[in-house]
Design a protein around this ligand. Structure first.
Ligand code: NDP
Length: 334
């Protein structure tokens, strides 16, 4: 079976030297273990941080070891009473085609009639992240103006719809015309602003005549510099991520958040968060999201690359905006 290893720590944007494919034994399950076949692998922006050895909230990947991350897999052999052949599970697992695991290391997935890939997107980590950032920190109210950056991505597509359901006027910031149409037509965003266009600042101001009450921050950098002056008194800013700075080269100046003056002036509540901070509320959030999907009130897209060897390309696509919705790799059929 194939594995994907970290060959070299990248400086700046990862490239072909960052990754290495290797062959390894598939292994066989002993008593109390199961053999899993990988169906989907999730590629996520936070994995870039783990490729560096700078201290962070998750440990760095080890050189020469497999990358790990969100995986959905199917039980193909079981020597355990806890899982049976055919069950679909999700876990934080090495990027490889098969896994010998104890059932306690994975959790069984209820897919509610959806493809199991949903367990890595709307009904998985990105969906939960959107839910907690928007509902527990942003707390949008009827009639307020909410802006979401990275609006057509895995987290952004859910965050915007939640704000809309709360009765807010919702504006998304995106990197292409195709994504602008997606968020307006499929997700019900009121307006889309394209940050790669020269008149971005003007578009943004025109889209927010009443200022901004909630800014759901996914990107950081220059895009967000144009947000700060528009923040209203007592605005809330859930700071979810800053993808624009993930590939800075060593010594390159962090384009970071030049925000303090605006935070003071408007008494803005700005809070960084990690989805895991809300683990006590996962069950409740999952129910809310699953119910909304089932009722057709929460739309989502997945961009799916086919084949284990496509993992590096799919990961790099996150930084060029190749994805609409959640970026995933399909490794095998059920
Ligand atoms: P997305 O599905 O949104 O994929 C990344 C998107 O970011 C791309 O499609 C691209 O869209 C946009 N992008 C890439 N580079 C830049 C750039 N330099 N400037 C502006 N936009 C850029 O990823 P996720 O939804 O998984 O993650 C979104 C954010 O949330 C990330 O910052 C991530 O790290 C963070 N996150 C945080 C979590 C937490 O617990 N705090 C958990 C999960 C994610 P476009 O074409 O519009 O440029």
């Amino acid at each position: 079976q194939q594995q994907l290893l970290l060959r070299e720590r990248p400086n700046g944007l990862p490239d072909e030297n960052t990754f290495e494919f290797a062959e390894t034994d598939q292994g066989s399950p002993e008593k109390g273990e199961v053999l899993l076949k990988t169906l989907y692998v999730s590629v996520d922006p936070y994995m870039r941080g783990r490729m560096s050895d700078a201290p962070s909230y998750v440990a760095p990947f080890e050189l020469g070891e497999p990358l790990t991350g969100g995986v959905v897999a199917q039980v193909i052999e079981s020597n355990s009473d806890d899982l049976k052949k055919g069950d679909i599970v999700r876990g934080n697992l090495p990027f490889q085609e098969y896994h010998v695991q104890k059932p306690s290391h994975v959790s069984k997935v209820q897919t509610n009639g959806l493809d199991p890939s949903a367990a890595l997107s709307v009904l998985g980590m990105p969906g939960l992240t959107a839910y907690f950032g928007m509902m527990h920190i942003g707390k949008p109210k009827e009639g307020e103006t909410v802006v979401v950056s990275g609006a057509a991505g895995a987290v952004g597509q859910v965050a915007g719809q939640l704000a809309k359901q709360a009765g807010a006027h919702v504006i998304g910031i995106v990197g292409s015309e195709e994504k602008a149409s997606y968020i307006k037509e499929k997700l019900g965003y009121d307006e889309a602003v394209e940050y790669k266009k020269d008149n971005f600042e003007e578009q943004l101001k025109n889209a927010c005549p009443n200022g901004i009450d909630v800014y759901y921050e996914n990107v950081g950098g220059e895009i967000s510099d144009h947000i700060w002056p528009l923040l209203n008194t007592f605005a809330r800013v859930p700071v979810c991520g800053a993808i624009a700075s993930y590939n800075l080269e060593e010594g390159e100046k962090d384009i970071g958040l030049r925000v303090q003056q605006f935070v003071v002036k408007a008494r803005v509540l700005m809070q960084g968060f990690i989805v895991g901070d809300f683990s006590d509320h996962y069950a409740e959030a999952y129910q809310e999201l699953a119910k909304a999907v089932e009722k057709g009130k929460l739309h989502f897209e997945e961009t799916i690359y086919e084949g284990f060897e496509k993992i590096p390309e799919a990961f790099l696509g996150l930084f060029s905006g190749a994805n609409i919705g959640k970026q995933l790799v399909k490794v095998a059929e059920k």
